[in-house]
Write a protein that binds this ligand. Structure first.
Ligand code: ADP
Ligand code: MG
Length: 267
């Protein structure tokens, strides 16, 4: 049980932040994800679990505006422009929304950080991308966010490659939360880390998500990660959703034989 995160049962009173309708994505003849439907409400954390190759990252990239689905649509409730059909708007607008309205934490810092600029600039440039111009304020905000992800202020001018793996992931989180999005996508955020470092990152993520009331979609092959962070789970197998429900229900009393296998082989 996660006492400090509000119950997902109370969430559907508001309108969804993200609504996915009949989404399919094909790579040639392969359906990487097929006929996916989901809704995500403000403050809710959805875990997408399944083995490697089950289509989790493909789905996440479709949700986050990186990959146009072959069929179906992704409706997103923006901060300032109402609900948009993510792939009906221009690429430029989609890219801007990806800076203002949601964040994306990659498995590897190589994909999620800019290697040739400092930690402070990695965070601050996200504020500049949404119009911040005052250097002192940007630096102050960057320092505040480095502190929130437990990176010491005296590292602000260091390049990310001088950071440990765990620090790099924490820096990605700061970079993606500095603009205060209502939603953050994460693709295997802890998978490249040692177990002890994973625990610290998970703890931090749990705290931030609940304090900021930010919604999240977290892709992981690790059921322990899903258990700790997600209110709700979607289990994928070969591009299809085989089971979904509240996290504790799915993991403690799985209904589908595939979920039963997954749970019994890992937990
Ligand atoms: P997961 O994240 O669950 O490991 P992926 O979404 O990466 O799964 O992959 C789902 C399926 O789509 C796999 O069979 C994978 O080989 C295939 N796939 C992923 N990306 C591409 C691509 N760019 N081109 C062709 N096939 C791809
Ligand atoms: Mg993946």
């Amino acid at each position: 049980m996660i006492p400090d995160i509000s119950s997902p049962l109370s969430l559907p009173l508001s309108s969804p932040l993200l609504a996915v309708e009949n989404l399919t994505h094909r790579f040639g003849a392969l359906s990487a994800c097929e006929n996916i439907n989901l809704q995500l409400y403000p403050g809710e954390v959805l875990g997408i679990v399944g083995e490697s190759g089950s289509g989790k990252s493909t789905l996440l990239n479709c949700l986050a505006g990186h990959l146009a689905p072959s069929e179906g649509r992704v409706m997103f409730s923006t901060r300032h422009e109402g609900v948009v059909d993510l792939y009906k708007i221009s690429e430029a607008r989609r890219r801007l929304l990806s800076r203002t309205d949601w964040g994306f934490v990659h498995q590897s810092a190589r994909d999620g950080l800019r290697a040739n600029v400092s930690a402070g600039a990695n965070v601050g440039e996200r504020l500049m991308a949404i119009g911040a111009r005052h250097y002192g304020n940007i630096r102050e905000e960057a320092l505040h966010w480095l502190d929130r992800v437990e990176i010491d202020a005296n590292r602000i001018d260091d390049l990310p490659r001088h950071f440990s793996g765990g620090m790099q992931q924490r820096l990605q989180i700061a970079r993606n939360l500095v603009t205060k999005p209502r939603l953050i996508f994460m693709d295997e955020p802890t998978a490249s880390l040692d177990v002890s470092v994973q625990a610290r990152l998970l703890d931090l993520l749990r705290q931030l998500v609940s304090q900021l009331h930010v919604a999240a979609v977290i892709v992981t092959h690790d059921l322990a990660v899903a258990r700790l962070l997600a209110h709700r789970l979607m289990v994928m197998r070969q591009g299809q959703v085989v089971e979904q429900g509240l996290t504790d229900q799915v993991l403690d009393d799985p209904q589908h034989p595939y979920t039963q296998l997954l749970v019994s082989s890992v937990l």
